[in-house]
Design a binder for this molecule. Structure first.
Ligand code: P5A
Length: 434
């Protein structure tokens, strides 16, 4: 993208409505704009980040055999009456009426809808297990939308649903999903600790939240320092056997970790290396057995011919919340420091003298080289403005093309994460970026 023709409205001033750093930086870096309370438009750079995160989530869901689909945002109230949740869900649910006075709602989650689809399509235990997911907008009329996209009213969630014949199968599905989540967060460059959690309006009796540590997090967390030393990088869990999965699950759930809701002072006393802090909930998984299959009449023929209600679980990742959470984890005073895996652009090309033949030639050829994955700052602005904006936007690499270097065929390459700068030939710079 050429910055002179892009809608990336960076701001010099700190917007006064933003209380936390990620919200401030999202507005200042031109990633989002609020269009109504708790509702955001994703501008081009923000949308690219959101899609990059969604793609990593998608790949890790696919890796454990979950199937991607897409369900609508608008759902019928009658569907929710069949599970008993239409009234129970309360004022967080946005209720609508169509022109025929039929009651609809903007989906806060999709347990009912998928249970109904599976009820109509799956008849035998031979078709189980099934795991399905979609990445779709949700609406929850939060009392206090705040912190930008972290607690929005409309937000993007990856929600997956599993259907198994029995408890043992459902536990396996749950563990696979936990594994997939750990791999997802690992790829995003953050450490998310699974913590035992209450299941709230989703229901069930086995539930874990995935919490990223951050000073501005909404949850108070208590955890064992053992989590700080855990590292899954380099491990390949693609074909994990049942026994491996059990070992992994035990490893992830044995050290103490809890949020306010589940904190147990007696158990906490026993922890040798205590850590406390604030955290952001980026994912939440649930096993809830027959909570939906029973009332909604989802049954399949079991091996002995008897009709059985499948055991279900649901598994959420806050895709849009993760954009904020990642910025909380990766920033400095100057702006965002995107991890390579999610950055909107791999590199920024800073042409310090637009109109200079050598600067223009090198910048244009670099721009062509990145084939859309670079932001070319071709504005006729001062160098200082370009440096500040590039730091603010957080591209992993900055390639600075100035007249003196350009005449000699060199550029300055800056790594945003470390601040390290090098004067290199164009070829060497490209080789370094890889
Ligand atoms: C699991 C998938 C569910 O809804 N049903 C389908 C289950 N779980 S959850 O914990 O309520 O939500 C899953 C994740 O979505 C994110 N999230 C939000 N993100 C931004 N703004 C919000 N208002 C919001 N509410 C939930 C969280 O990351 C949560 O873990």
């Amino acid at each position: 993208m050429r910055l002179s023709r892009s809608l990336i409205p960076t701001l010099k001033e700190t917007p006064s409505e933003a209380q936390i750093v990620s919200h401030r930086l999202m507005l200042r870096a031109g990633l989002v704009r609020q269009t109504a309370s708790g509702i955001y438009a994703w501008l081009p750079a923000g949308w690219r980040v959101l899609q990059n995160i969604a793609q990593i989530v998608r790949e890790e869901q696919d890796r454990i055999g979950a199937q991607e689909m897409l369900m609508p945002t608008i759902q019928s109230a009658d569907l929710w009456r069949t599970s008993g949740r239409y009234d129970a869900y309360g004022p967080e649910m946005l209720r609508l009426k169509d022109r025929h006075e039929r009651e609809l709602l903007y989906g806060p989650t999709n347990e009912e809808m998928l249970t109904d689809i599976v009820r109509q399509t799956i008849k035998s235990y031979r078709e189980l297990p099934q795991a399905l997911y979609h990445i779709q907008w949700k609406f929850r009329d939060e009392v206090r939308p705040r912190f930008g996209v972290m607690r929005g009213r409309e937000f993007l969630m990856k929600d997956a649903y599993s259907f198994d014949l029995d408890y043992a199968g459902a536990v396996l599905s749950y563990r696979k999903m936990m594994l997939s989540y750990m791999r997802t967060f690992q790829r995003l460059g953050v450490k998310a600790i699974p913590m035992e959690a209450d299941s709230g309006p989703i229901g069930g009796n086995l539930s874990h939240e995935f919490i990223i540590l951050a000073a501005t997090g909404e949850s108070q967390v208590w955890y064992d320092a053992a989590f700080e030393d855990m590292d899954f990088s380099g491990s390949n869990f693609a074909h994990t056997s049942e026994a491996d999965l059990e070992r992994f699950f035990t490893q992830m759930t044995t050290p103490y970790a809890a949020t306010d809701e589940k904190h147990d002072s007696a158990a906490w006393e026993q922890v040798a290396n205590k850590r406390e802090g604030r955290g952001i909930e980026v994912g939440h998984i649930f096993y809830f057995g027959n909570k939906y299959s029973d009332p909604m009449g989802l049954k399949v023929a079991g091996p002995d011919g008897a009709q059985v209600a499948p055991h279900m679980g649901s598994y959420g990742i806050g895709v849009s919340r993760l954009v904020g959470a990642l910025i909380e984890a990766f920033h400095d005073e100057a702006g965002i420091k995107w991890p390579d895996a999610v950055a909107p652009f791999k590199a920024a090309i800073l042409n310090l003298k637009v109109g200079d033949i050598a600067c223009d030639r090198i910048s244009e050829s670099l721009y062509a080289h990145f084939a859309g994955n670079a932001l070319y700052d071709d504005r006729e602005d001062r160098a200082g403005v370009k440096f500040n904006d590039a730091d603010l936007m957080g591209h992993p690499w900055q390639i600075v093309v100035g007249p003196r270097g350009a005449a000699a065929g060199t550029v300055e390459l800056k790594r945003r994460a470390t601040g390290e700068k090098q004067e290199l030939s164009v070829e060497a710079a490209l080789a370094r970026i890889g």
